[in-house]
Design a protein around this ligand. Structure first.
Ligand code: ADP
Ligand code: MG
Length: 262
């Protein structure tokens, strides 16, 4: 069986800088897979290559055996990939429910004319969307915030809503960009529970970039440690944390969790 996601000798340069250097790894279906490494290691860039912000200079990225590069970037959701952003991206003036419905847009098949006429087909579709979104609201315990505007919500809740918007698309692969950044200890623990439930109950494969090693080791099946664009180590959280190359790369590194934007 082909892996769900495959990096095959991927290189990306920014001018003279090699941000991702002949990187190869595979993410199996059903895994929680984390990418860690010091600032500037190339984690966000690897992530942005999957979400098609950049095209690699060399190599290929495959999803279920098919090259992502053969599709235009805006088709990403259609191929079953959803993501959250390090700096939450939601419609501030819309409600939680409305933001989650936006996540369902890719499933809309009815055209504008039938929407205007509001045919039975559209009504059925609307119900299906509502149902999918209500499921996510229940799953993430967001009932209390359902009709509240994003602008007035605490940061930690907005982070969960963003997760919900990605889940509402029913992705095969969920990309989480620093899911714990800015969260309190309790909120981080809750996030760990959500990630485990997403894997176990929804069967969604999760790929995350994360600084919080406690979260990484509590939820990840495998971890890829990077430095200077290439792989340092790949294995279980324990194997990677104790790998000599990883220990060396972290020595003297000021790991204050400060991070650049995606
Ligand atoms: P990480 O997420 O691991 O901290 P990044 O992937 O953001 O690292 O960056 C890897 C390297 O590529 C860094 O040296 C960074 O400065 C550089 N880089 C990232 N994005 C750009 C860009 N858009 N233009 C130029 N250099 C970039
Ligand atoms: Mg980064």
């Amino acid at each position: 069986m082909s892996p769900l996601l495959e990096f095959d000798n991927v290189t990306l340069r920014f001018g003279g800088l090699v941000a991702v250097d002949r990187l190869s790894f595979q993410v199996a279906e059903g895994e929680v897979f984390a990418i860690v490494g010091p600032n500037g290691a190339g984690k966000s860039t690897a992530f942005n290559l999957i979400s098609r912000f950049y095209d690699p200079a060399e190599g290929d990225i495959r999803l279920s055996g098919e090259s992502l590069l053969s599709h235009p970037p805006h088709d990403l959701a259609r191929s079953g990939v959803a993501r959250t952003f390090q700096n939450i991206e939601l419609f501030d003036q819309a409600t939680v429910l409305e933001n989650l419905l936006v996540g369902r847009q890719r499933f809309r098949r009815s055209n504008i004319v039938s929407e205007l006429l509001f045919t039975p087909f559209v009504r059925t579709e609307e119900r299906v969307h509502r149902h999918a979104v209500e499921e996510v609201i229940d799953f993430l315990d967001l009932q209390h915030y359902r009709d509240k505007r994003i602008a007035g919500l605490p940061y930690g809740v907005r982070k969960v809503v963003e997760l919900g918007r990605a889940l509402a698309t029913k992705p095969k692969l969920l990309l989480l960009d620093e899911p714990a950044s800015g969260l309190s200890v309790e909120e981080t623990r809750d996030m760990a529970f959500w990630i485990e439930d997403i894997k176990k109950q929804m069967g969604i494969t999760v790929l995350m970039v994360e600084h919080d090693m406690h979260l990484v080791s509590s939820v990840s099946d495998r971890v890829l440690a990077m430095a200077d664009g290439h792989m340092l180590a790949l294995g279980t959280p324990d194997e990677v944390q104790n790998h000599p190359k990883v220990l060396e790369a972290y020595l003297g590194v000021d790991d204050d969790g400060a991070e650049d934007a995606a």
